[in-house]
Design a protein. Structure first.
Length: 164
């Protein structure tokens, strides 16, 4: 009856401490940054969901707002980290994985869809399902595009100043 557990990563034996990256001393600052950022992001999300409650059959605007704005900020942040703030080891874990990972909530997105279906509102569930996917992906793209354009303008202005 007890099936053997298949390892997630067959190249890593969790029983060998040397193969476990999370046990290495260099990993602890990263884990601390993720944890601290995650706590802040989750608190911000809780604040928004408390300020904008919704009926199970209604459109979950708070979760939609959190996920779309979080995706926009992820696009901005990843562009800045890639083009401006390179070489900062804890920036991406704190802001990207921690704060924005704790802020966005695609698990609640799925729960909201389930609740709308159970409340007899399949149209709301379907609209929310599609709207969130489209808006979240578009938000990441817009965040990246606007930030890239702003950085390009700033570089051109800086170059013109240097040439004077």
């Amino acid at each position: 009856m007890n099936e053997p557990v298949t390892p997630v990563d067959p190249d890593v034996d969790v029983h060998v401490p040397g193969m476990r990256g999370e046990l290495r001393p260099r990993a602890w600052p990263v884990l601390a940054a993720i944890s601290a950022g995650g706590a802040l992001g989750a608190l911000a999300r809780y604040g928004i969901s408390s300020a904008l409650p919704h009926d199970p059959a209604g459109f979950p605007w708070s979760t939609f707002l959190v996920n779309v704005s979080g995706c926009l900020l992820i696009g901005v942040l990843m562009t800045l980290i890639d083009q401006v703030w390179t070489g900062r080891r804890l920036l991406r874990p704190f802001w990207g994985v921690g704060v924005l990972g704790g802020f966005t909530t695609f698990s609640t997105y799925i729960l909201d869809i389930h609740q709308a279906m159970r409340a007899g509102a399949p149209g709301v569930a379907l609209a929310y399902l599609a709207a969130t996917l489209v808006a979240a992906l578009l938000a990441v793209w817009v965040g990246m595009a606007i930030t890239s354009q702003a950085l390009a303008i700033a570089r051109r202005r800086s170059e013109r100043r240097r040439q004077r």
